[in-house]
Design a protein around this ligand. Structure first.
Ligand SMILES: [Ca+2]
Length: 452
């Protein structure tokens, strides 16, 4: 009897000891409500509209990326802001068309310019909001002092400062292709086939190290920009040759990042975005097709879209977009509304309650409500630039006006109804001159606004 009493007493004491803790400990959902969400932006390089399983590729398998679609939102009219690397990345990080900063095309190893000191980046905004900010992968916004990621709001950086082809024999430069950590150049030549795996290890380590505080991870792959490289355990595994191997490796990498978020207990409190910086490189210049490593089948697919990287056709800038934020973005949604990488900065600033950079034009809009399924996208316009920074087109929610500039001839103006003709096959300018002139006027107005 005495033994039973003792057991009961111990049990009651244990209950008393636990009770106050249970009463005062907030639930995990309460914690998630008080802590701002983590942000993970995964950006592929030159991955085309048709390169993912969930966007209809018949051979390449991307189950982990596809699952982002089933657990979140997939957009079919999402635009990278330029059809080429540096300009596109500028827009992602600043919310502005690159023409505003004079960043056209791709910066080269010898380029003296880059992201200006007066720019406020997405990383600057989140760092000011108390986030730990990390970048892994391809930067491509300057490789001289003053232009490094760690000088533009990122606490840490590991990766290549520009494209993996910017080395002989593809680009005639004497600057070696080197990995950087922070502002320090790492010694040794880069083995391109190891890049995706090395970047992934860094990304996963960053998530683990920062699990207890809000973080922003910008993970910019070097792949599938040529020259392609997959590590031995991925090489030859896909049904679509070397290009498929590389995409399936990015899929594996995305899975590693998603698993790291789950293991860190922050899966539900993290917004994950997956997209690409521009369309696939299908019209590779002959200088790129040198033996033994680059062949035409190393190029990706724009799916049903016309054109490719560098062009102002849909294939140049319309790219896959997936976003997952459990409990905030409805799962399994597909939307055809217009949206752009320009919108990512204003949207994330809106989520954390940060003001937008003042004293400068921000071209993007806060599309939070749209992402959360609360209404249509507020975007009305997208302006198309070619790889040299020439304005060649504009679209509204339905129509696209496109200008072609033949040598020694007048520009050719065409009008496409993107709701029924996303492949830009049927010019309807003659049938709808009212729409064509309205869009042309909008294009002129935008060009005049930029010239001021
Ligand atoms: Ca690119």
């Amino acid at each position: 009897m005495r033994g039973m009493c003792r057991v009961l007493l111990i049990f009651l004491l244990a209950l008393l000891a636990i009770a106050p803790i249970r009463a005062s400990a907030p639930s995990s959902s309460a914690l998630q409500n008080t802590r701002p969400p983590n942000m993970v932006v995964i950006l592929a390089d030159d991955l085309g509209y048709g390169d993912l399983g969930v966007f209809g590729h018949p051979l390449i398998k991307t189950p982990r990326i596809d699952r982002l679609a089933s657990e979140g939102l997939r957009l079919t009219s999402f635009y990278a802001s330029a059809p080429v690397c540096s300009a596109s990345r500028y827009s992602l990080l600043t919310g502005r068309y690159a023409i505003r900063a004079g960043i056209n095309g791709a910066l080269m190893p010898e380029s003296k310019g880059g992201l200006g000191a007066d720019e406020t980046t997405l990383a600057d905004i989140l760092k000011t909001a108390g986030y730990r900010t990390g970048m892994v992968g391809k930067w491509h916004l300057g490789n001289k002092p003053g232009f490094f990621p760690t000088e533009h709001g990122f606490d840490s950086y590991f990766g290549l400062l520009y494209s993996n082809d910017m080395v002989r024999p593809w680009v005639q430069t004497d600057v070696p292709l080197r990995l950087y950590r922070g502002t320090q150049e790492l010694q040794g030549d880069v083995d391109i086939s190891t890049l995706t795996e090395r970047y992934t290890d860094e990304a996963v380590a960053f998530i683990r190290e920062n699990r207890s505080r809000p973080f922003f991870l910008y993970f910019a792959h070097s792949m599938p920009h040529v020259p392609l490289g997959a590590s031995p355990r991925f090489a030859g595994r896909s049904a679509n040759g070397r290009y498929g191997d590389v995409i399936e490796m990015i899929d594996w990498s995305t899975g590693q990042v998603l698993d790291a978020l789950r293991d860190a207990g922050v899966e539900r409190s993290t917004l994950v975005i997956f997209t690409s910086d521009n369309g696939p490189w299908m019209d590779m210049p002959p200088r790129m097709l040198v033996e033994p490593r680059i062949v035409r089948t190393d190029a990706g697919s724009a799916g049903p879209l016309r054109g490719s990287k560098g062009t102002s056709w849909e294939g140049g800038t319309r790219v896959p977009f997936l976003a997952r934020w459990p409990g905030r973005i409805p799962a399994g949604t597909v939307r055809t509304d217009l949206a752009r990488t320009l919108d990512i900065l204003p949207t994330i600033a809106g989520i954390v309650g940060a003001p937008l950079p003042s004293g400068r034009a921000i071209d993007g809009q806060d599309i939070r409500g749209f992402l959360e399924g609360k209404g249509p996208s507020p975007d009305e316009w997208f302006f198309y630039y070619n790889s040299g920074g020439r304005l060649e087109g504009v679209r509204d929610r339905r129509w696209k006006l496109h200008l072609t500039f033949p040598e020694k001839a007048e520009p050719v103006t065409e009008l496409f109804d993107l709701l029924v003709d996303p492949s830009e096959r049927w010019d309807v300018a003659a049938e709808r001159p009212d729409v064509a002139s309205r869009l042309k006027a909008r294009m002129r107005q935008f060009a005049a606004e930029l010239a001021r």
